[in-house]
Design a protein around this ligand. Sequence first.
Ligand SMILES: [Zn+2]
Length: 409
Amino acid sequence: MDLDSAGAARRLMARLDAFAAFTDEPGKLTRLYLSPSYRAACDQFAKWAQAAGMRVRVDAVGNVRARYEGKTADAPALMIGSHIDTVRDAGRFDGNLGALAALAVVEQLAENGVRLDHAIEVVAIGDEEGVRFSAAMTGSRALAGQLSATAMQAKDGEGVTLDQALTAFGCDPARACACGAKGVAAFVELHIEQGPVLEAKGLALGVVSAINGATRMQMTVNGVAGHAGCVPMQLRRDAVAAAAEMILAIEARAKAEADLVATVGRLEVEPGAINVIPGLARFSLDVRSPGDERRRRAVGDIDAAAAAIAARRNVEMAMQPIHEAAAYVCDARIVAGFDRALTDMGLPAFHLPSGAGHDTMVMGALAPAGMLFVRCAGGISHNPAESITSEDGALALAALTRFAVDFRG
Ligand SMILES: [Zn+2]
């Protein structure tokens, strides 16, 4: 099938620029879920979808859902999309690229009068980032039929509940927990990588093998505070020196295993004075891996190493779980479909895990799901400096289109 993908890619890149004008904060891109700029972005998205002959509606949680029928009415649908909410002072590609590229896939079909055996449902998802409310992925949770009634009471910084914000937006929150998508054969998402791997490999595109699971822990080390001048080194029970050794052990454990990452991002010291041996150190631990079993084993090893360091240094160590999310292994048929699309285009079918969470991991509960990553400059995201080249944008759209056309439900 010969579609004008070059023209479609140029239009996609121009739209990504135009779409960045929908912002809550002039001079930067901040589009929080259900805000006035989110409304304006939904309206524009819906207008483009209608112009492509799609049936469009905004569902009960503010997702824009547009359907392009297949050869027969009510055919199972390939759902394609990503989120259109952003973080504060965001880049213009995170989420928006996947939503607008999904639209571009259908526009190419419509402009060439092509109907497929399956329908295509394009979705612009609200609230992936979780910036406004104390909950994330509200849009995809609703689509996957996984939204809980308690989530509706999540509040934003002004004390407005999700329930109230949806009502103000013109949605019916009573229907939010029952607006799960029906007849979806699969879900796919195109997204910027948000890491430096593709750039380092010199590749435009990569097929996501899994979305990493995560474990977060609070580590506490209790030693004995004392006078920095009077306690000899041999008699100290220094909580920070012990924590430092533990942090290096964490780094060493993560480095020893491919695709496993561990981060200590926060460290607090008490009493925190220049002339006092620290009696207490508290630090955070974030461990991620594409395999749940591998992640649990790493956390167990870190626990054992930290306990051994604590015993040797005569301090106490405690490890407390804060958060745990399972990994999502992308559906093998979706991965194979993207592999085929890349191979047909003469590109290597390179696989990589996603270190960040995505709507796809939620949508996996609804239907077979998978993702395609596109290289972004310096691996930078959640930052206005986020960028992709037009050439990579064109390759990404061509691969997504090829996947959608060749998809067999
Ligand atoms: Zn994103």
